[in-house]
Design a protein around this ligand. Structure first.
Ligand SMILES: C[S@@+](CC[C@H](N)C(=O)[O-])C[C@H]1O[C@@H](n2cnc3c(N)ncnc32)[C@H](O)[C@@H]1O
Length: 236
């Protein structure tokens, strides 16, 4: 008989993706800075990234998501894993639920696929659409980051190559923040999703950050770390 306690999985619309896996791997690469950190995840979905942060020793966990079922699923997962007392998940849009609050670590796997809102079978419309250039949520996230990072804090987020690392650096520099690539992977893009991609982005990026082999397509995806230019002197 299994000794594992059954913990219900989130609705399949919230199932973790290759992006989730890469983000969790990147968090494992700097475990030391997570221990005792007050952590936030923007767009917490199933809650599994918050669960990973708890496992890595975060002192408190805060999640934000626009979807009711994400708030319910994440809350349940953290409770079932015994992290309920140090966690809270808010329903809301971007930074609004945490106005005035700062965190040592902010994780995000935002919707930033370059496409208009479309029904994707098996997912919420809000899961991956980032508007025509993919930056509809990314830019306000980056612009608000400085006001929510504690001294010496950092953000770790997934970043599709085709939305432009340099465009993100341009947003960040005016806030005194720098971006460094922690790891890069290729993620597969299925045909249905590729067909919805903004045509100009696909044309521009094919052969650069998007690679197609017959019916199969892959995109370069980075996990990046963002911190204050002077973080070195504050980092734990
Ligand atoms: C790509 S999913 C990532 C989910 C989860 N973090 C993971 O990696 O499995 C993006 C998440 O952002 C949420 N989201 C979309 N728009 C949002 C907004 N304006 N504010 C907060 N969350 C949002 C979606 O509901 C979804 O759960």
């Amino acid at each position: 008989m299994s000794v594992l306690r059954e913990i219900p999985v989130a609705p399949s619309a919230l199932r973790p993706s290759e992006y989730t896996a890469a983000l969790i791997h990147a968090l494992h690469l700097d475990m030391e800075s997570i221990r005792n950190a007050h952590a936030l995840e923007m767009g917490s979905g199933s809650g599994v990234v918050l669960a990973a942060l708890a496992h890595l020793g975060a002192a408190s966990l805060c999640g934000i998501d626009v979807e009711h079922d994400a708030v319910a699923a994440g809350t349940l997962l953290l409770q079932d894993l015994g992290h309920g007392p140090r966690s809270q998940i808010h329903r809301g849009d971007m930074w609004q639920p945490v106005a005035g609050r700062r965190f040592d670590l902010i994780a995000a796997n935002l919707p930033h696929f370059a496409m208009e809102d479309h029904e994707i079978p098996g997912r919420h419309t809000t899961w991956s659409a980032g508007g025509p250039d993919g930056r509809r949520l990314l830019d306000p996230f980056l612009s608000g980051l400085r006001d929510h990072l504690a001294e010496g804090g950092r953000a770790v987020l997934t970043h599709n190559g085709f939305v432009g690392l340099d465009a993100s650096r341009d947003v960040l520099v005016s806030h005194g923040l720098t971006l460094r690539v922690v790891k890069s992977v290729m993620v597969s893009i299925d045909q249905d999703k590729l067909a919805l991609m903004t045509p100009s982005v696909l044309r521009e990026e094919e052969g650069k950050s998007i690679h197609r082999y017959g019916p199969y397509a892959f995109a370069e995806m980075h996990v990046v770390e963002i911190a204050a230019e002077d973080r070195g002197s504050h980092a734990r």
